[in-house]
Every structure is written in structure tokens, then in C-alpha cells.
Design a protein around this ligand. Sequence first.
Ligand code: C2E
Ligand code: MG
Ligand code: MG
Length: 705
Amino acid sequence: MNVSERQRPPLVLIADDDPTIRLLACELLEDAGFQVAEAAGGDEALDAFARLQADVVLLDVMMPRMNGYEVCAHIRGMNGGDHAAIIMITGLDDIQSINRAYEAGATDFITKPINWTILGHRVRYMWRASKARIELEHSEKKNRALIDAMPDLMFHIRQDGVIVDCKIPRQFQSPLPEERLVGKNIEETPFFNPSESVLSLIHQIIRRGGSHSFEHEVKINGNVHSYESRIVSSGEKEVLVIVRDVTERRKAQERIIQLAYHDSLTGLLNIHSFKRQLEKAMERARRYRRLLAVLMLDLDRFKRINDTLGHNIGDLLLKGIADRLNACVRKTDCTARLGGGLDGSHVARLGGDEFMILLSEISSPHDAAKVARRILDALAHPFFLAGHEIVASASIGITLYPCDGDNIDTLLMNADAAMYHVKEQGRNDFQFYAQAMNASAFERLSLENRLRKALERKEFTLLYQPQVDILTDNIVGAEALVRWNSPDAGMVSPNDFIPLAEENGLILPLGEWVLSTACRQNRTWQMDGLPPVRVTVNLSSLQFSQQNLLEVVKRALRETQLDPRHLELEITESSLMQDADSTVRTLNMLKASGIRIALDDFGTGYSSLSYLKRFPLDVLKIDRTFVSNITTDADDAAIATAIIAMGRSLNLSVIAEGVETREQLRFLLERGCHEVQGYVYSPPVSADAFAEILRSGIRVRESGS
Ligand code: C2E
Ligand code: MG
Ligand code: MG
């Protein structure tokens, strides 16, 4: 209804065949503020209604051709007919005709003789009542639509708990249809667990009014559904229970929690949640005077797996390891093995290949050791990942609370120190934290810091050790050996800083520096007119696995203008143990450019003859641990002899390093090994000293006998 319609006076259609009545009614109703239209018969009344859509129709029952009942029924079927207030004027004051009037759809009736004085009032009240009814119907329709659109299940419940009415929205997965719910007691429906005692809540609401909300879970067809229910008072002895399915919302919340508190790759706890658990566990341990252990675990050489097999395999391995760690601390199997007491264990991943384990209820350090041992054993079984068989190992450091620290940071730092100690001692083991470790960790850190600065501060130098042909005493080469001349530590041996530089990657820029310095030096000797020799440069396995190795080597040669024939690279067996195909490819490329390849420290690794055959090498270098005992230890003598023979059969040159005595020289000469390097001729010396040796020639040193 728009504003102009609302403001016009209501229109009354008077249908009566008696003109006097029509006249009187017209006058009175107009006086009372109505607009009025007339019809002298039934058909005229229908025409007029169709045209005017009157708000009120006064219908005489007795009319020629079409009586009032028929007209009424017709109007109700017409457009706008259900909105009109239809008042029958009946001369027959009997129940039967009144009933008929209502059946035909009349709103009300008045009897003849008409009480003219109150006609205006009656019509007005009837019109208002009818309008109110229409509005009510309208708003009920709206409410119904609103309720239908709501995703909630609704029950009307009597105070005895019986459902009198219910509405199940389409999207709601209900275990029972509406008709089977109505009449049932709410506590018997599958929506509430008996323990929730909804009935007593209903009684409370009925007594006190207001509302009450609660959450609950129900299993429907095997799936757990989460509901949020609200009980609202809706009458004197009735409540409305509104049940909302919040399963999806709950799941989303759980996902968010999962993301916030867990490591996304492995599903283990992340560092934040681990620290929270640790804090709680420490508090409990403090209160009950108990012991707890933190295990810091770092995979050994994980980077190599990532580098050679790719990150996908690396990720799979981390997941597999997470599973095994979980299995190792799982309460059920721990209790069996440890005689109980491993409740409250947590495994976390700190990122990368570092994991942490909290054992919050151990009765002695022995329990922590047992778990650590079990973890190492569990990791020793190979993982089969995308066609690869991978064996992992780890280094584990253990700290105990309260003995090794009374706060989280100290505990974790000490676990870390213990773990590093294991790495230094050769990995694949566990160790408890000992106070002394912190000092060594501190030292290590400061060494690392100083090492980082050493390159830019030009604190490195190269020494050169002659390689000599015993038959002629000719110098055939020079091994470049790096030294760190540290301002605060003096001359540091490569044995002390190369492993550290390999771990933190510093070996890459350092190795490049060594390579180009050695090449440049060799070129300088040649330019100075000295007899040309080969310079031998040690390559760390990390350098060897770099994609750009060939580029780096070629650049050094180009920039120093050294002929590749005068460069030899020494690699170790561990370089060969990496991905075999790519190793062969790298070696072939290096050899194709004219560079010689020597296998350093031969005999200390695991290379077998068949393994060696696959690689295009030029030189085998017998490690000095064998050489030093060849004249005294039969085993070492046998090994050295075998290596020499093996080298021959593979068509490789053999050079012995660490040769210190004439006896050793003789032994080697007899077995057919002619090239040597060692104190018997010269220790590593400076570039100038080496130039001098080149100039004046070399001899076996008298002291070296
Ligand atoms: P390496 O490559 O096996 O080098 C031989 C080592 O034996 C050198 O130790 C050398 O001084 C020593 N040596 C030579 N003759 C004798 C001898 O007659 N008796 C004894 N007892 N020792 C002898 P250094 O210079 O301390 O180097 C140690 C290791 O450090 C090297 O072993 C090598 O693995 C590594 N290294 C040295 N320089 C470099 C470098 O520039 N890059 C890389 N990646 N590693 C290097
Ligand atoms: Mg070497
Ligand atoms: Mg060596």
C-alpha cells in the first residue's frame, strides 16, 4: 500500500436491492468519513468490486438473480477479494444463515433492522479488524519465510520436554524427519546426550525466563557433528530450542589452530607450541620435583639429500622421520619398554632438519638415553621414498631439567651444544649436555665469526709442498695447502677450520680464492722462467657438488692464463660417493678441459675397485696414515702395496703422501710407486721458498732418514 492509498478514506461498496437502505447507508457512511459506492444487485456488485476494489463490502443476503452468499464467494475469488472486509446484511436472524455467511467467506454480519446510529462505527471497526488481520497474515508470511531461510533446527518444547512443533531446514542433516520428532521427548531425540540434561535447563528457562546457550557434539551416521544450541523462553510453559550445526565452523577453527601451532610439513608442533609445552612441563616438574629431558635432534648430512635428490624427496624424508619420532615417544610403546612414565611427550620440528623432543615425565636420565638410542635405531632402517632407498642418521643432544638449566632458553641452548658435540665426534650418536660443552660451543661460535671475516681481511695464505719423482729427483708438482694466519690465534691448521668452513658454506668463496691464487702463482713461476710444474688444488666435496664448478675452474684458468695441463684437482672419496651419474659427468667435463683429477686420502674411505672403475681419474694418492707405517706395520704395507697394484691395473698414477723417511722411499720405489710428497723432501713452504727450490733443485733431506 502506498502513501496516497493509505491516506484516502476507505471505500465501502453497498450492495442492496432496496434503494432506501442504500440511500440511508450512503449518507451515514459518508458522514462517518467513508467513500461510498452502490450496487443494486449481485452482478452489479461484482462489476463494481472488480472496478473499485472496495475496502469494505456491505452485502445484502437477499437480492434478485444472485444472492449475497454467492456474491461473497465470488468476491473472495477475485483479485484483491481476500483483502476486503465483507459484511453480510441479513434479515434472517438465525444461526443457519450466519453460518452460511461465514462459509461463503464473510468477515462478519449485521442483522436487519439495521441500527443506523451505530452503522458507521461497526463498519469502521470491522474494517480495522480486517486490516489488522491482513497485516498479521502478511507479517506471519514474512516470519515464515525468515524462519525457512534460517539454517537452524527449531523445536517448540513443552515444559515436560515433549516436542510440539519442529522445523528442520533443508540443509540440516537430521537423523530423524520432522514427523518422527514431533511428540517425542527432547531427551529421547538423538540431538542431545543424556548427560546434557536439557530438560533441567528447559525447566530453568521456564521458571526464570531468558535464554541459555551451550555447545555439544553428536555422532550422526558415523560423523561427529558440532552443534550450538540455544534455549529461549517462548511462552508460559514453552520454550524454543534453536540448534545450529557448527561442524564446518569448528573444522575451520581446528584448521587455523593446526596452522598456528603446528609445522605444516610434518604436522608436528612448531617451536612456539613446543616452548609452551616445555614451560608447562617445567612447571609441573618443579611442583612435583620431577625430571624432564629435552632432546635436540639434527639430521646428519641432510643437505646432501636435498641437494642430490631434490627437495621433494627431502620433504618426504622429513615426514617419514617425523612419523618415526612420534612412534618412538608414543606413550603406549614407551610405557611398555620403560616401565611407564613417558606420558606428556611432545615432538616438534624447528624447521629445516632440526627436531626437538620433550620427555616430560622420566624417572632418570637413563630413560632419556633409552629414547635417544631407540630413535637412532629407528632411523637406521632405510626409508623407501619414490624409488630411492635412503638411510638417515641423526645427532642428538640431551639436556635435563632442572640440572642443565632452569629456563627454556638455557635448556635449549645446552641441548644444542650437546648436539654439536655429537656432530664433532662423528655424528649418528647422542650425548648428554656437560657444562664444558658450552665453553667449546662458545669457542666454536667465535671461531666461526672470525673465520667469516678472515677472507676479506686477507688472512689466508697458501703454502706449496713439492711432489717429486724419486727416480730423477725432479719436481713434478706442488700441492697448494691453505693456512689461516689469524691475528689472535696465530697460524691455524686447515684441519681446524676447513670442516667448519664446509659446514657454514664459507668453503665456497675460500675454495675459489685458493684455486685462483694457486693458478696465478703457478703462472707467475712460469713467467719467471722456472721449470713448469703442475699445481694441485684440494676441492672440498661441497665445492665439487656445486653446479657452477666447471665455470669457476675455467674462469680461474682464463683469468690467470694458466694452461689446464698445469692444474690438478684433488677430490676426496666422499665427493665420489655423491650421486654417481652426475659425478661422472662433472669429472668428464673437467678432464675434457685438460685438467688432471687426483683422488686424495685414498684408502681411508670406502671406495671399492669396482666403484673406482666407473670414474675417470688420473691419480690415486695413498693416504699418509698408511705410508707412515709401511715399514713397521705389515697390514699397512699390504694395503699400500695393494693400492699401488690397483692403481697400475686401472692405469692410474700413484703418489704417496706423508713420506718422511728413506726407508719409506725405498719401500715405495720397490713396489713401483715413483711419485712422493712428504717431509723427506720438503714440508709445505711459501711461494718464494718454493720458487727457490724449483730454481736450485730438490734432494732427500738428511734429517728425513
Ligand atoms: P691433504 O690434502 O691430505 O694434505 C696433506 C696434508 O699432509 C697437509 O696437511 C700436509 O702439510 C701434510 N703433510 C705433508 N707431508 C707430510 C709428512 O711428511 N708428514 C706429515 N705428518 N704430514 C705431512 P695440511 O696442510 O695441514 O692440510 C691438511 C688437510 O687440510 C689437507 O689434507 C686437506 O684435506 C685440507 N686442506 C688444506 N688446504 C686445503 C684447501 O685449500 N682446500 C681444501 N678443501 N682443503 C684443504
Ligand atoms: Mg690434498
Ligand atoms: Mg691427503
